[in-house]
Design a protein around this ligand. Sequence first.
Ligand SMILES: NC(=O)c1ccc[n+]([C@@H]2O[C@H](COP(=O)([O-])OP(=O)(O)OC[C@H]3O[C@@H](n4cnc5c(N)ncnc54)[C@H](OP(=O)(O)O)[C@@H]3O)[C@@H](O)[C@H]2O)c1
Length: 323
Amino acid sequence: MNIALSRAAIVGATGPTGRHLARELQQRGVAVRAVSRATANLDRCFPDPAVECVAADALDAAAVARAVAGCDLVVDCIGLPPDRMADHAATARIVAAAAQETGARLLQVSSWWGFMPVRRLPLNESHPRAGGNTYARARRAAEDVMLAAGAAVIHLPDFFGPHVHTSTLQMPLREAAAGKTMNWIGAADTEREYAFVPDAMAMAADLALRAEAYGRSWVFPGSGPLDARRAAEIASAHLDRRVKVRTAPRWLLRALGLVSADLRAFAPVLDDYLQPIRYDAGRLAELLGPLRTTPYAEAIPATLGGLQAGRGGQNATATDPTA
Ligand SMILES: NC(=O)c1ccc[n+]([C@@H]2O[C@H](COP(=O)([O-])OP(=O)(O)OC[C@H]3O[C@@H](n4cnc5c(N)ncnc54)[C@H](OP(=O)(O)O)[C@@H]3O)[C@@H](O)[C@H]2O)c1
């Protein structure tokens, strides 16, 4: 059943998901209030005067309550750096309480990490959510807060595309766009699935407008299987030069973690990233009908074009390793 929404507050709106979702909601006639901590980020990301910008820290309950007041949808798009992952549950509690106070529906943009360790493929909503690393537990804790508050919780694959700053596909694409070798986590022929962020946020906006969305989890699809070789082939064709790929075995990635803070932060999830992954978005398709995803052969060139034009999101402030 379709529902009417008039105004959505997007908390953590200055990241790629928030920016794309804001546009998709506006296109569906929903007014948008963008909320994040930094006024400068808000002004840079939302020059459109139709988007209302409100600065608030999601760890400040009173500020969040003021920021979402009068909205009928509140979205949590907050991204946190690895050492603050545990704050996801705290921000979820505050955002959920503020939404309930103003009588708004709730949507959370989360990731597939809560399903770690991945035990069976394709990954769907019935996959176990137990055990795993500290990031998986932090994600799950936040999702559980949201589900208990009646939210629709979206589990996104790793994503790429305009404005994306950090992901296991976006970073190698940024290297390719800069004329460098792509550094790839895992073997060159391990197939993993990635979501093009404009596709994902178009589906998220459609989902937000459906009454059936709320109080449930939704696994989102990517654009199908992709390995490093295919990514390099597509990048080479678009950039008109041979893009090389550098892969590293597990032991070397572990060893490099001794000198690289980024790889060290990635260590808890590394083993899951060395495995194939694919997603079963059947539940979402049953509700929304056939899901439109952009093939990598179009989405990767679009991403590279944006990166070459300086629209890759590399100036973003958040530092989540992928999720
Ligand atoms: N990257 C991936 O491949 C991937 C895959 C699946 C899921 N995810 C997850 O999807 C979600 C959305 O991703 P994203 O890349 O759009 O997010 P993001 O860019 O990492 O973060 C979005 C915004 O959250 C804001 N923020 C951080 N702490 C805040 C706080 N205390 N109060 C208010 N705002 C705060 C930041 O803006 P200010 O600095 O202006 O406050 C930031 O721009 C994240 O949880 C991410 O981890 C990511």
